[in-house]
Write a protein that binds this ligand. Sequence first.
Ligand code: ZN
Length: 330
Amino acid sequence: MIDFTEIIGHEDIIKHFKKSIELGQVSQTYIINGENGSGKKTLTRALAKTLQCEEGGTEPCNHCKSCLQSETGNQPDVVWITHDKPNFISVDEIREQLINDIDIKPYSSRYKIYVINDAHLMRPEAQNALLKTIEEPPAYAIIILLTENMEKLLPTIVSRCIVLNIKPVRENDIMEYLETVLHLDNERARFCMDFAQGNLGKAIRLASSEDYREIKEDVVRVMRKLNDMAVDDVIFAIKNMNHNKLKVGDYIDLMMMWYRDILMLKVTGNPGRLMFKEYVGDIKKQSSHISYEGIENVIKAMDKAKIRLEANVNFDIAMELMLLTMKENK
Ligand SMILES: [Zn+2]
C-alpha cells in the first residue's frame, strides 16, 4: 500500500503534509529535493493518494474509489509528466501535458495533481513556460516537482514553491527493513546499509542485486591491485563492472567504503566492524602505508568524481583524476 504509515523515515516531511491537510493549507507548488532512490516518488504517491481520497483525512481510507485507483496507478486526476528523451524534458512536453491541460477541471476528485519527476531535466524554455502556470495555478491544481539537482531549476521557479529536502533515513530503520522485510542476514544487511548512507532505495538496489557477491569482489579486485595497475587499465576495469541496476557512482561509493574500512582499522585497530571483513589482510596492509591525510584526500577526490560525473564531465577524465589521487596516496 502507498500510505504514509508504510513509509520508512521522512517523518518531518510526512508531518508537514499531514499538518497542511489538517489546516486546509496544502500548497499548490512543491519541490521535493533528494538524491535518486531517497523516497521522493513514494512520498509523492502517498501525498497524492491522501489528497484525492474521498474521505479527506490525513491518511487515505483505502476503500473509496479514488484510493483503489491510486493503488493501481490509475487515478485520473494525478498526472505524471512523461518525456521521450532520457536526458531532457522539452517545452512541448510541458505545454501538452501540463500547461494546456491544467485548465480542464478534475475529472472526479477534489484536486488535479501534476508531478514532474526529474524536474531538473526541464530545459530552461520548459521552465520558463511553466513559470506562468506556477504563478497562478487554478485553485484545484497542485504541481509537485521532484529533483535531485535543485541548482538546475530557475530561481524564479524555486522561489514560488515550498521546498522539502529529503533527509537520510536512520541506520536502524534501514537495518530493520533489510533484515525483516528483505530477510537479509546481518552481515549483508550491514554492508548494504553502510553503502546506502541513509538512502533506502539505494540499500534495496544493492540488497536485491543477484550478483551482490560479485559486485563486492569486483571492487575488491580493483582496490587490491590499484597500485600495480596503470590508470587506463583501472578505468577499463571499472567500465566493465556492469552489474544490473548499479551505476558508476555506486562503484565509487563501494570504493569509498573500502577507504572507510582502512580508516576504521587505522583508528581503532579493530577488524570486527569492517565492511570488507573477509579482506582484512589487504586492508591492514594498506592502512599501514597510507596517512590520515591521504585517506582524507582520496575520499574528497571520490566525492569530486561523483559530482563531476553528475555534471556530465567526460567519464574517463573524471575517473582519471580520482584514480591519480588514489595512486598518489597509497
Ligand atoms: Zn479513500
